[in-house]
Design a binder for this molecule. Structure first.
Ligand code: HEM
Ligand SMILES: *[C@@H]1O[C@H](CO)[C@@H](O)[C@H](O)[C@H]1NC(C)=O
Length: 513
């Protein structure tokens, strides 16, 4: 009898708790998306029907209020729909929204303490230290490597065309190889050439991430975002991300080698080694490549922490760069007049610099490609590399109109995919119009354009992302024609990663010019 009564009481209390939990926004009188218990907005994601970015855009489109309450599993989360308010939270009111609220455990799990995850002062400190690594001077110094990888892609495509002139090429896959090789070489300091050696060690490790990782890795990855406490628990119980452990091992070997033999290369790893030795990276572009060594005990950064940053750069930099380039080529293949304009600009640039299509490019020459730049801007508007931004409310915050006080700890989401496809900000939002960015036109609402995020936590490497994208596009356009594709809007399928993966890939037919 006692057992039955206690059980009943328990169930009643539990139901009440769940009901209260999933009516949080309703009780506050905030416009909200009815809660699908238990997963909330993640329902379609858990069922592998949609990727998170697409699910969030649907909620964005369904509502019209400036903010919409949603539930991430049981966590009340605020979707900020209004572009101006979103900007404001990330810039002017940064003090109340400076973290991302994802799993990080600097003390016990240094491999988790990357720039994306870190919070508060620890984030600020590391951000200041890393920022000089991505200055235009530094990117210029790395351009030769980026250029080399681009040349390998062109050679590879030429070979493919010789073997099968009519065949469709999965351009997304090729550009992913390009972007991953840039990271492998510039950031991990490796001699990688995945076009001729598709099974090298770096690729083998990184591919584990894509090819169905184990369920524990998946669980850990997911909880990092939606349940940091669970991720922390898993780590305390001894869970280690196998990919990170292997990368750390590889980093250790490379760093040892460089430190022992005084090898200096103009790459990001060199800057990280310098940061490790001296605690800072100089603002000056010339002296900073010098090597200075410190004893192990005096080193400012552990191998784990270096690996954590390198791994983040890999995650944040490869898919975004590959998709910016691939979606641009895909759109240009649908708009012959834009393709012609882009090719004419590249041809004129080559001519000015007396270069042949297969010659080495240089940083300055690539900077001159203004129209190509606008194409990339339009691509990452329409297909944001990261379809949403996230923040955590770090101090209670009253909305400017007084309608709501956001409680500390509330996760904030901003749907870039929703905002940047919103007709009220971008006329002809579903179209592809690089000319909307013409200086004398500016046919869009600038507040709503934030493909690299906003405020102090915006993309630290946007310059590098743009240069890598532009360089490879210039090379492809100089060497190939794209066979015209019929107009078709892409649809996006399920992917556990928060990115836009087009159903059926991005296939093009190329012809040597
Ligand atoms: C076209 C290419 C790229 C796009 C569209 C892109 C986009 C973004 C976006 C939207 C964010 C979030 C910003 C925010 O929350 O306000 C971000 C953050 C970040 N990105 Fe990029 N990114 C690109 C390339 C890269 C590359 C090449 C790297 C590194 C090599 C990189 C490293 C990072 C890092 C470290 C952060 C976190 C910054 C912080 O929290 O302080 N990104 N990126
Ligand atoms: C841009 O959008 C914001 C809403 O977020 C609005 O307040 C602002 O007036 C718009 N600007 C222009 C120039 O239309």
């Amino acid at each position: 009898m006692f057992v039955i009564i206690s059980l009943t009481i328990f169930v009643v209390l539990l139901l009440q708790y769940v009901r209260r939990r999933y009516s949080y926004w309703q009780r506050l009188g905030v416009a909200c998306e009815p809660a699908a218990i238990p997963f909330g907005i993640l329902d379609a994601v858990v069922k592998r029907k949609q990727s998170f970015g697409v699910a969030l855009r649907q909620v964005y489109e369904k509502h019209s209020a400036k903010v919409v309450g949603i539930y991430m599993v049981g966590t009340p989360t605020l979707l900020v729909r209004d572009a101006e308010l979103a900007q404001q939270l990330m810039t002017k009111d940064f003090a109340s929204f400076h973290d991302r609220g994802v799993y990080v455990d600097e003390q016990h799990d240094p491999l988790s303490s990357n720039l994306f995850n870190l919070q508060g002062a620890a984030w600020r400190n590391l951000r200041n230290k890393l920022t000089p690594s991505f200055s235009s001077g530094k990117i210029k110094g790395m351009f030769g490597t980026i250029d080399d990888v681009g040349d390998k892609l062109v050679q590879h495509l030429l070979q493919q065309l010789e073997l099968a002139p009519q065949a469709e090429i999965d351009i997304k896959e090729k550009l992913t190889t390009y972007a991953v090789d840039i990271i492998g070489s510039v950031i991990f300091g490796l001699e990688v050439d995945s076009f001729s050696q598709p099974h090298n060690e770096f690729r083998a490790i990184s591919e584990q991430l894509l090819n169905e990782p184990g369920w524990l890795l998946k669980l850990h990855n997911i909880s990092t975002f939606i349940c940091p406490a669970l991720a922390k628990l898993l780590n305390r119980l001894g869970y280690k991300n196998p990919v990170l452990t292997q990368l750390q091992d590889m980093m250790q070997r490379t760093i040892d080698f460089r430190e022992r033999h005084n090898v200096v290369r103009k790459d990001l790893l060199q800057l990280l080694i310098r940061l490790r030795q001296t605690g800072k990276i100089g603002e000056e572009d010339d002296e900073m490549w010098d090597i200075e060594t410190a004893q192990e005990s005096l080193k400012e950064m552990s191998i784990e922490k270096i690996t954590a940053q390198a791994f983040l750069f890999y995650i944040a930099g490869s898919e975004t760069t590959a998709s910016a380039a691939a979606f641009t080529l895909y759109e240009l293949a649908m708009y012959p007049e834009l393709l012609q304009e882009a090719q004419a600009e590249v041809d004129a640039m080559l001519k000015r610099h007396q270069l042949h299509p297969q010659d080495k490019l240089n940083y300055e020459a690539v900077q001159e490609l203004k129209f190509l730049d606008q194409c990339i801007m339009e691509t990452i508007r329409k297909y944001p590399g990261l379809p949403f931004l996230n923040r955590e409310c770090t101090a209670d915050f009253e909305l400017p109109d007084g309608s709501l006080t956001i409680k500390q700890g509330t996760p904030i989401l901003i749907s870039l995919f929703g905002i940047q496809r919103d007709e009220s900000y971008f006329p002809n939002a579903e179209g592809y119009d690089p000319h909307r960015f013409d200086a004398d036109k500016q046919n869009y609402n600038q507040t709503a354009y934030m493909p690299f995020g906003e405020g102090p936590r915006h993309c630290i490497a946007l310059r590098m992302g743009k240069v890598s994208t532009k360089a490879v596009l210039a090379k492809v356009l100089a060497n190939f024609d794209l066979l015209q594709l019929p107009h078709k809007e892409l649809t996006f399928g399920f992917d556990p990663a928060p990115v836009l993966i087009p159903v059926g890939g991005l296939k093009l037919r190329l012809k040597k010019r």
